[in-house]
Ligand binder design. Structure first.
Ligand SMILES: [Zn+2]
Length: 275
């Protein structure tokens, strides 16, 4: 168990006094629990719960004590606040004509976000993968990224650490980010919004995180995207800020059914080889 006197895992300077740090940003990770005012309950997959008679339900997205200091937590909040409107309301923006949606084929469209600065969303995505990596909560304890990638995410996040938007803007003008290509996937509609899940099952290359209505993929390096079906839709350049919008059916098959199967497979492996 971590203690409030332990070092913050991001800056490694201040004491990690913050409690209830969300591993996945709250603004995108709690929709699967159902509407506010109803009994909020969702499913969390981790390759362990899936074989139990009663799947583990959760009432909030996972949070952990004593991993961050107050400053680093505030920095992540800054990234989340700046990114939330675009990720939550991209559809409304498309309807108003503020964002372009480009059909690629019948099951895939691309949306180019116009805000916030692409680097802010990139840092937010880096932070989610890094947080999933460092978390020792049961849901994430087996989720370990390639150590070089994890350290690169940490050092890049730290390089841009800011406590105000003005400082963040100044860092973005002055500093260079290490590119780890990433892709974001969502759907235009969902069969059943509460059937979505949070899952951190595949820490490979690309590593993936399924956060309710969004799937995120990160590749270690640009050379790793060659041959991947997402190659053309991945955010490689610093200025890239696009999300893949797939059909309801593809979303269900790739993001709901497949993670459930993977989690069940992992659970069987865990059962066969207990730690
Ligand atoms: Zn810190």
């Amino acid at each position: 168990m971590r203690k409030p006197t332990d070092e913050c895992l991001l800056c490694r300077i201040n004491a990690a006094t913050k409690t209830n740090s969300h591993i996945l940003p709250r603004f995108i990770s709690t929709g699967f629990l159902g509407a506010k005012g109803t009994p909020r309950k969702g499913f969390l997959l981790n390759g362990k719960n899936e074989l139990s008679v009663k799947p583990k339900t959760v009432q909030d997205s996972p949070k952990e004590d004593y991993i961050l200091c107050d400053e680093c937590e505030a920095y992540f909040s800054l990234l989340e606040t700046a990114s939330a409107p675009s990720l939550k309301f991209w559809q409304a923006k498309v309807m108003k004509g503020e964002l372009k949606i480009v059909p690629i084929h019948p099951h895939l469209k691309l949306v180019h976000l116009n805000s916030p600065d692409p680097l802010i969303i990139r840092l937010l995505v880096y932070s989610m993968f890094w947080r999933a990596d460092i978390s020792s909560l049961e849901s994430f304890e087996d989720y370990k990224l390639d150590p070089d990638l994890a350290e690169s995410l940490r050092s890049n996040l730290l390089e841009f650490k800011a406590l105000t938007n003005a400082d963040l803007q100044a860092h973005m003008k002055a500093k260079q980010v290490t590119i780890h290509p990433y892709a974001t996937m969502t759907a235009g509609a969902f069969k059943d919004e509460t059937k979505n899940v949070l899952a951190a099952i595949n820490p490979g290359n690309p590593a993936s995180l399924l956060v309710d209505k969004f799937g995120f993929y990160i590749f270690k390096a640009e050379k790793d995207i060659a041959g991947n079906f997402m190659a053309d839709f991945t955010n490689v350049k610093v200025s890239d800020n696009q999300i893949m919008v797939v059909s309801e059916q593809i979303w269900y098959d790739v993001m709901v059914k497949r993670p459930l199967e993977m989690a069940a497979e992992q659970a069987k492996k865990n059962l066969a080889n207990p730690k």
